[in-house]
Design a protein around this ligand. Structure first.
Ligand code: FAD
Length: 492
């Protein structure tokens, strides 16, 4: 039984037949088509498992056919056929999404972009990269890194996620504070619409005010409006000096005071300001065999990164900031990375949190935007609700909930509230939903800061969008995908 609400299969969608499979085999090489015996193929269900189950192992579909096209033309032919025959399709990138959006709900065809991973062009002067949607983010980072640039986004899933998936999810991540949203750094997109039309908007221009900026609609559309096949993105100059420090902080109030001071003292070079609590730290040290750079345990930890062009200048500024934070009692301990390997270890403490929580147990994830002053209050509220219901007691491993914790991108007002349980089950889910969404709405926050809506939050959209907004979103969906074949049951 799924531990989430699975909408009923829409009978408007065709059930696949052997004829459909035979058609797909005429337009693409047979090794790019993965089909089970149920639809006339030879693949084992296990071979499709990685496409049917999500990263959290929470959402699971029952697709019998995975198509992995190599060209935009093939994507176009696939969608044209699917549109004509009312075959539902789930576009899939690296399948690291966290809201159940990247896997089928029922028997939708999975359209995986992983065979489209070529760099199309790179201009070393402007730093503008044009590539296929299936390029893995980390590989792009390495490519532009060798040419003196960085990708404008970075996140813990970089080793698997695709740039097309990042665009479709409008991923935020740890460089958001410095380089802003993909709505700013993506310059152009090539998108195949539901009827197979190729929308070539793969511009490399920074400025182009010739009417409506259609590409913005696809950024964050989670595969519901079109399939992104190509991306043009501006990559910033690689900073020549990077410094990282980790602080031990006594209270959440001090986390905020430290942020204010960091902006005041290091504003022009501040590139990340992340925080996590003691429960996150416990999990990450346990599962990643890492040693804390600090001499003791603290209720909160902060990671500050500066990126600039003059190491001496940045060293001096960050050193002075750390001294001031300690003198004022805002931080009780601090460690400054001395070399690249220490920088990497400090970052892996922060970036390793999702994976280490996943290794601790099935994890409920709530990714919300809330005004910074009250951002952490919800973690305590949820812990108390679970305790009152008898489901959680800190340190008591016999309860259904093992851990309640919070971490996130403080600089962006974005909290990740995570609850690790023994299993996904209704009595636990009912504690959070809709409570978390009501809580967020009462502070005029967002029920999804960066992970999107997917299947997980589609029934709760009203907590962040007015009825008029939702009505217009549905009209946009109808316009681009009148038969609703693209990523059905998700978002709107
Ligand atoms: P998928 O998971 O495959 O798909 C995501 C959505 O986009 C789905 O709805 C899918 O249908 C659609 N889609 C995928 N490719 C295309 C395409 N080419 N065309 C149209 N639609 C498409 N997110 C953040 O914002 N910030 C973080 O810091 C962050 N950290 C993470 C850390 C970890 C360890 C993990 C597992 C996830 C994290 N995420 C984070 C979630 C994040 O959304 C994804 O990691 C990433 O952006 C999704 O890329 P993907 O290629 O895996 O897409």
């Amino acid at each position: 039984d799924p531990s989430y609400h699975k909408p009923a299969r829409s009978e408007a969608f065709k059930r696949l037949t052997k004829d459909d499979l035979a058609y797909f085999k005429t337009i693409m090489p047979s090794e790019t088509v993965l089909a089970t015996a149920q639809v006339g193929g030879t693949a084992d269900a296990i071979e499709l498992e990685g496409f049917n189950a999500d990263w959290l192992n929470k959402y699971r579909g029952d697709s019998q056919l995975v198509l992995r096209p190599k060209t935009t033309e093939q994507v176009s032919q696939i969608l044209q056929y699917c549109s004509t025959h009312r075959i539902a399709v789930v576009p899939q990138g690296g399948n690291t999404g966290l809201v159940g959006g990247s896997v089928p709900v029922h028997d939708e065809v999975v359209l995986s972009l992983r065979n489209m991973s070529k760099i199309r062009s790179y201009d070393e002067l402007s730093g503008i990269l044009v590539c296929d949607a299936g390029c893995v983010l980390e590989e792009l980072g390495n490519y532009v890194g060798e040419r003196g640039h960085v990708m404008p986004l970075d996140l813990g899933a970089k080793g698997s996620c695709h740039i097309g998936g990042n665009v479709a999810a409008n991923a935020g991540g740890i460089r958001f504070l410095r380089y802003g949203s993909l709505h700013g750094s993506v310059l152009g997109l090539e998108v195949v619409l539901a009827d197979g039309t190729v929308l070539d908007n793969l511009s490399t221009l920074r400025k182009d005010n010739t009417g409506y900026d259609l590409k913005q609609l696809f950024i964050g559309s989670e595969g519901t409006l079109g399939v992104v096949t190509g991306v043009s993105v501006a990559t910033p100059q690689k900073p020549s000096a990077v410094n990282v420090a980790v602080l031990g902080v006594p209270t959440y109030e001090c986390v905020q005071r430290a942020f204010k001071l960091a902006r005041k003292r290091c504003g022009e070079v501040l590139s990340a300001y992340e925080f996590w609590d003691a429960n996150c730290m416990g999990a990450v040290l346990r599962h990643h065999e890492l040693k804390s750079p600090l001499g003791a345990e603290f209720p909160f930890y902060v990671l500050i990164e500066t990126s600039g062009s003059n190491k001496e200048h940045d060293d001096e500024k960050l050193g002075a900031l750390l001294e001031e934070l300690m003198e004022e009692g805002i931080a009780e301990d601090g460690a400054l990375a001395q070399d690249d390997s220490q920088i990497a270890r400090m970052w892996s403490m922060r970036e390793g949190i999702p994976e280490s929580l996943g290794k601790t147990g099935p994890t409920y994830k709530y990714d919300v935007s809330i005004p910074i002053p009250v951002l952490y209050d919800i973690v305590g509220d949820i812990a108390r609700r679970l305790e009152t219901a008898g489901l959680y007691k800190p340190g008591d491993a016999t309860r259904p909930v093992k851990l309640v914790c919070g971490y996130g991108h403080i600089g962006d007002g974005n909290l990740h509230l995570n609850v690790v349980a023994e299993r996904f089950e209704d009595r636990v889910t009912e504690i959070f939903e809709p409570y978390v969404y009501e809580w967020v709405a009462s502070h005029r926050g967002s029920i999804s800061a960066e992970h999107g809506v997917g299947l997980m939050k589609r029934d709760y959209l009203r907590y962040s969008k007015s009825p008029e907004m939702i009505a217009y979103m549905k009209r946009v969906k109808d316009l681009f995908d009148p038969n609703h074949i693209l990523n059905p049951y998700k978002v709107v």
